[in-house]
Design a binder for this molecule. Structure first.
Ligand code: 9UX
Length: 70
């Protein structure tokens, strides 16, 4: 299992948080996703079926431009 923190742009309300969490958790291989609205980040746990570009890509597609932090 891997984990990463993504910086996510464009989340302005609680519904946005839900959308981002659902987009991530809906991916094959994502075990958990926790979004922090205040810091505009998403902590994601995922297995070998998922790559970092996969995570970023699904959020970009959902309308929340993302990049990998650190
Ligand atoms: Mo409400 Mo969050 O439209 O985009 S879901 S601000």
């Amino acid at each position: 299992m891997h984990s990463t923190r993504l910086s996510v742009e464009g989340m302005t309300c609680a519904s946005c948080v839900g959308r981002v969490e659902r987009a991530l958790k809906g991916m094959e291989g994502v075990a958990d996703a926790n979004v922090n609205l205040a810091t505009e980040t998403a902590e994601v746990m995922f297995d070998d079926a998922v790559t970092l570009p996969d995570l970023v890509g699904v959020l970009d597609k959902a309308g929340y431009p993302a990049r990998v932090e650190e």
